[in-house]
Design a protein around this ligand. Structure first.
Ligand SMILES: N[C@@H](CCC(=O)N[C@@H](CS)C(=O)NCC(=O)O)C(=O)O
Length: 219
């Protein structure tokens, strides 16, 4: 049985979305971010990323993590690739070349896009978008996303999806990373192919099911 550790209001959303796509049965352990807990090490604290039992599972003390049989994994984007590969179907690569491209877009999402989009989402989550520092962070992130989004726009102008013209784990991974930039409507207005693609990804029943559960969680 697959166990997913993490709350939906975190990068664990990616894993929950993938589990929905694949129709997997899973157990969910709602490990909270320690920063959201007053005294994360208190005996009566809710299970959180600094809880000793969780740190024993993921010494990085970050969510998500999974346990699948004897296999323990952290890194949300690697977990979605693993689940797609394990459970087959069209969400996974169908050849070594497709596997390469799924990995390429996923690593690109993590290294060239998420480093900027995470700054946007954290600025808004912390209510700092109106401060001078927050505005500067948002401006830098928007500037830094210019080249990656231009590259993506060019690709998606000719393709409905990233790889093989069907929705794959690479689309799921990148859509989740770019969701963090959806505060910036102008970015999406300037990139109509990306805008249409992310709407396609986010209209999938599995995404909507993930979001419905996420919406029920406390903020
Ligand atoms: N590279 C990791 C990053 C995981 C990560 O940063 N998780 C955040 C939640 S989205 C976390 O656990 N933070 C702990 C905290 O804020 O206390 C992944 O993609 O899984």
């Amino acid at each position: 049985m697959l166990t997913i550790y993490g709350v939906y209001r975190s990068r664990a959303s990616r894993v929950y979305w993938m589990a929905e796509e694949l129709g997997l049965e899973f157990a969910s352990v709602p490990v909270l971010q320690a920063r959201r807990v007053d005294n994360p090490l208190a005996a009566d604290a809710p299970i959180n990323t600094l809880s000793p039992d969780f740190v024993a599972l993921n010494p990085m003390a970050l969510i998500p993590a999974i346990q699948d049989g004897d296999l323990v994994m952290h890194e949300s984007l690697a977990i979605t690739l693993y689940l797609a590969r394990k459970h087959g179907g069209t969400l996974a690569g169908q050849s070594v070349e497709e596997d390469g491209l799924l990995t390429m877009w996923t690593v690109w999402a993590a290294t060239e896009v998420e480093i900027h989009t995470i700054k946007l989402v954290m600025t808004y989550d912390n209510g700092r978008e109106g401060t001078e520092e927050g505005k500067a962070t948002i401006a830098v992130a928007n500037r830094s996303l210019k080249r990656p989004l231009a590259v993506l726009e060019k690709h998606l102008a000719d393709h409905d999806y990233l790889v093989g013209d069907r929705f794959t784990a690479a689309d799921l991974n990148l859509a989740e990373v770019l969701r963090y930039a959806q505060s910036e409507q102008a970015l999406f207005d300037a990139h109509p192919a990306i805008d249409a693609w992310i709407k396609r990804c986010q209209s999938r029943p599995a995404y909507l099911a993930m979001q419905a559960t996420r919406a029920k969680e406390p903020t």
